[in-house]
Design a protein around this ligand. Structure first.
Ligand code: SF4
Length: 179
């Protein structure tokens, strides 16, 4: 898959990408505590977010069972820094980038883990916590919910975190082994 990465990322619609060793990534209780404050209002609402994704130790162990972390981003333009409507649209559009990448890598990988931006949003109403996820093969865990400092991760991957005035950039990650 790595040999075809450029084409795959272009088709998925990524802005930038980079590969890091998951063992060098920090999985932080501090970031998890930010989730628990529930500013995004997704904590305890879906199978993609804490506490459903497990403890920070469980997230770290799961992620570090893979050899590579492919970090990817997409940058979205805003009218101004108060353009919350476009931020909301961009959040959904980034999930579509992660879903396209998921489809792109399926022919190459049998076992992988995809993380995306906060929440899930695939169903009108999530089954959490009463019933199992409707689409366990398609749900992408929250990268922030895994306790990852996205700004640090972007730097590690050689990617831009802030990509210009009146823009917002979202990040996801694909964990995989060389098959
Ligand atoms: S796919 Fe549906 S059921 Fe599963 S976490 Fe997302 S919203 Fe919930």
């Amino acid at each position: 898959m790595i040999d075809n990465l450029n084409e795959i990322m272009t088709r998925a619609g990524a802005f930038q990408y980079g590969i890091v060793d998951p063992k060098n990534v920090e999985f932080s209780e501090e970031v998890r505590k930010m989730c628990e404050v529930n500013t995004c209002r997704q904590y305890g609402k879906t199978w993609a977010c804490p506490p459903a994704v497990g403890t920070i130790d469980e997230c770290r162990t799961r992620a570090q069972s893979y050899a590579y972390m492919l970090v990817f981003s997409q940058k979205f333009d805003l009218e101004d820094s108060y353009d919350f409507e476009s931020v909301g649209t961009a959040m959904k559009d980034f999930k579509a980038v992660a879903s396209r990448l998921d489809e792109e890598v399926k022919p190459y990988l049998t076992n992988y883990l995809m993380l995306s931006n906060e929440g899930c949003g695939k169903c009108e109403s999530c089954t959490y916590p009463d019933n199992p996820c409707r689409f366990p093969d398609k749900v992408h865990g929250s990268i922030e919910g895994y306790g990852i400092f996205v700004s640090n991760l972007a730097t590690q991957a050689g990617m831009g975190y802030n990509n210009g005035k009146d823009t917002v950039t979202f990040f996801g990650a694909l964990l995989f082994n060389d098959e």
